[in-house]
Design a protein around this ligand. Sequence first.
Ligand SMILES: NC(=O)c1ccc[n+]([C@@H]2O[C@H](COP(=O)([O-])OP(=O)(O)OC[C@H]3O[C@@H](n4cnc5c(N)ncnc54)[C@H](OP(=O)(O)O)[C@@H]3O)[C@@H](O)[C@H]2O)c1
Length: 270
Amino acid sequence: MDYRNLGSTGLRVSVLGLGTVKLGRTAGVKYPKPFDLPDDPQAASLLETAHHLGINFLDTAPAYGISEQRLGELLQGQRDTWIICTKAGEIFDGEKSTYDFSAAGVTASIERSLLRLRTDHLDIALLHADDDDLLLFEHDDGLQALERMREKGLIRAIGVSTKTLEGSLRAVARCDVVMLPLNPVENECAPAIEAAHVANKGVLIKKALVSGHFSAAHSCGDAARNCLEFAQTHRGVSSIVVGTINPEHLKENVQAICTHDSGMPGDTGE
Ligand SMILES: NC(=O)c1ccc[n+]([C@@H]2O[C@H](COP(=O)([O-])OP(=O)(O)OC[C@H]3O[C@@H](n4cnc5c(N)ncnc54)[C@H](OP(=O)(O)O)[C@@H]3O)[C@@H](O)[C@H]2O)c1
């Protein structure tokens, strides 16, 4: 497994990260098939497998149901093994999402995340943007709240999980990290990856496998592998966060990542 610098944050993340939506939420998700949450032994085993495969980066959010609470329980005694990213601003009540990007709302959300994750600091905290991600920069109370918590040492790196190219470029300009969608059928935000590379900012990729709808991306061959290779061809990507609760898929994804030569000098961040 390769590790890359997350921009200038000082964090080094595995090129493949683990997304944890499916550890905490089954309702209102866009995956192709319904699924059950893994039980605690299955979830613990998945995390252990990820660790053994060299993955050191976990992505969660309050909007992922009970994902944060479960990680808090499952990672007791191994907090320092993991780089943890969570988010603020989106709340999912079991049926629908609501958004609160006010300073008070974002601060309270981060305080709840610290308690749920049973930690005294977050490695990365992102605003969890809705469709209008530009609004977060025009009314930036939420970002200011994250900046204050970064100053206090509660958060090491801050950013925005974006939807649009313009929002991604604004995140690159202002923040330490941007999380953006990238796959063969959704690559509108790709220019922001290059901008982040030039500015030495971190880039986290979400939906690299089209949230499981990857057969739409490639009709033949190993579609998941093709998608992961596509994400790796963009210089500037720090980590590709793939969501899975299937250990075999996890191993296949690591295999795909580790056998692909990106051809980019220095992409191990050495
Ligand atoms: N901030 C945001 O707005 C936002 C939005 C979306 C996602 N995210 C983050 O990004 C992560 C990834 O996005 P995502 O979960 O939407 O989509 P994704 O990673 O593109 O795809 C996940 C889906 O692909 C399947 N999968 C994974 N590896 C596979 C393989 N080798 N072969 C076949 N199927 C495979 C998974 O099913 P199995 O469980 O069966 O493997 C799952 O249903 C999330 O978990 C989350 O952490 C953030």
